[in-house]
Design a protein around this ligand. Structure first.
Ligand code: QAP
Ligand code: CO
Length: 168
């Protein structure tokens, strides 16, 4: 098991569009274990492979209080089930320290594969629905800051740039 380094905004590698997973082997399952370890350690409720610089369509999620309900999401497809939206304060392990309201559809149907390649489908609402959409955005090279005003996004970028310079 190992903790994986997480790319931070505005790293251009976060803009990469991820490729579908075609091989379901032990290497994939080990990567998923490491993604859960990294996500739980943060602690976070969702992590997309893009964030650890692996550009394949793989997501780990656990929105449970007890952190005992891991969901593996590979090659996801989403159908929006309602016109109703949810305004939720979102954060992101790739945008550490910043949280802003984002509006998204609040009921979806997810169809995806698990770590064995088995296809499943589930309905999600509220936090889980939002988290799934946030993570799928990562696979498309999109971040929650893209939904904010240009002013807010620029401020966040400047502050993180400064932090990254101090670290370097
Ligand atoms: C996406 O994000 C999400 O800034 C998952 O310093 C978040 O797990 C979807 C985190 C909220 C919907 C609502 C963020 C950890 C974790 C930080 C996360 C931080 C440490 C973010
Ligand atoms: Co994120």
């Amino acid at each position: 098991m190992s903790l994986l380094p997480i790319l931070e905004f505005p790293d251009p590698r976060l803009r990469t569009v991820a490729e579908p997973v075609t091989v379901f082997n032990d290497e994939l399952r080990q990567l998923i274990k490491d993604m859960f370890e990294t996500m739980y350690d943060a602690p976070g409720i969702g992590l997309a492979a893009t964030q650890i610089n692996v550009h394949q369509r793989i997501i780990t999620i656990d929105t449970s209080e007890e952190k005992n309900d891991p969901l593996v999401v590979i090659n996801p497809q989403v159908e929006i089930l309602t016109d109703e939206t949810e305004k939720l304060q979102e954060g992101c392990l790739s945008v550490p320290g910043f949280y802003e309201d984002v509006i998204r559809p609040n009921r979806i149907r997810l169809t995806a594969q698990d770590e064995q390649g088995e296809t499943y489908s589930l309905e999600a609402d509220d936090l889980l629905a939002v988290c799934i959409q946030h993570e799928i955005d990562h696979l498309e090279g999109k971040l929650f800051v893209d939904y904010l005003s240009p002013l807010k996004r620029t401020r966040i970028r400047s502050k993180l740039d400064k932090l990254h310079r101090q670290k370097a």
